[in-house]
Write a protein that binds this ligand. Structure first.
Ligand SMILES: Cc1cc2nc3c(=O)[nH]c(=O)nc-3n(C[C@H](O)[C@H](O)[C@H](O)COP(=O)(O)OP(=O)(O)OC[C@H]3O[C@@H](n4cnc5c(N)ncnc54)[C@H](O)[C@@H]3O)c2cc1C
Length: 180
């Protein structure tokens, strides 16, 4: 980021989020920090962690949705208190990093468990992932990555993710050829 002219301000907290219009062009908005710095900018994107949007089924699932909007599940990824509703992905209340790697692992377990439920056979327990696998593209040709045992630089991140954002994998997963 620094090599692309991005200035990082570390150990600072924004103090005026309530006054700022987020995610759209607004000329000369001033972001204030707790240490008293002012930063004038035209767009502010908040990247301080997301909250799952489970409002659509909060009422239907009742107390299975916790105060943070996460869906409580048992070891088979069934929604708490239900025999035949499963939850997968970032919305599940499991103590692990919110990652597509984990979401894909949920999919595999739930697919097996739906089949097991239909056959009346034993379900598979989900084992939460440990460690972080995170690749952050910065344009098509750059980015950085973090694996449990090493960090990745621009070239590896580009080759693995930035050049196509895993769209080729998605086409292949669906049994399709990626378009040229
Ligand atoms: C910048 C960034 C980089 C990341 N990099 C990595 C990485 O390198 N490795 C990794 O493993 N993970 C990474 N992640 C995390 C990964 O993207 C998520 O863990 C993953 O996408 C979760 O999948 P999901 O299907 O649970 O949720 P999502 O991918 O968020 O999909 C949920 C979908 O539901 C839709 N939706 C919401 N509400 C409704 C509704 N009421 N009705 C219908 N549809 C609705 C949303 O529009 C969305 O399309 C990254 C995330 C970000 C933001």
């Amino acid at each position: 980021m620094v090599s692309r002219g991005i200035e990082l301000m570390l150990n600072e907290r924004v103090s005026n989020f309530g006054d700022i219009e987020l995610n759209k062009y607004v000329k000369d908005q001033v972001v204030k920090t707790e240490s008293g710095k002012d930063v004038t900018c035209d767009m502010v994107i908040r990247c301080t962690g997301g909250k799952p949007n489970t409002s659509a089924f909060k009422e239907a699932l009742g107390s299975a949705v916790n105060d943070n909007g996460l869906v409580k599940v048992d070891q088979f990824l069934r929604v708490e208190g239900s025999e035949n509703i499963f939850a997968i992905g970032d919305i599940v209340d499991i103590d692990e990093e919110k990652m597509s790697v984990a979401a894909n692992a949920h999919v595999e377990i739930v697919a097996k468990n739906i089949a097991a439920a239909l056959k009346g056979s034993k379900m598979h327990a989900y084992r939460p992932s440990s460690g972080t696998i995170m690749l952050i593209p910065l344009g098509r040709n750059g980015g950085v990555g973090q694996l449990p045992f090493m960090n990745l630089g621009e070239t590896l991140t580009k080759n693995i993710k930035s050049s196509n954002l895993f769209t080729n994998k998605t086409w292949n997963d669906m049994g399709q050829k990626p378009p040229k």
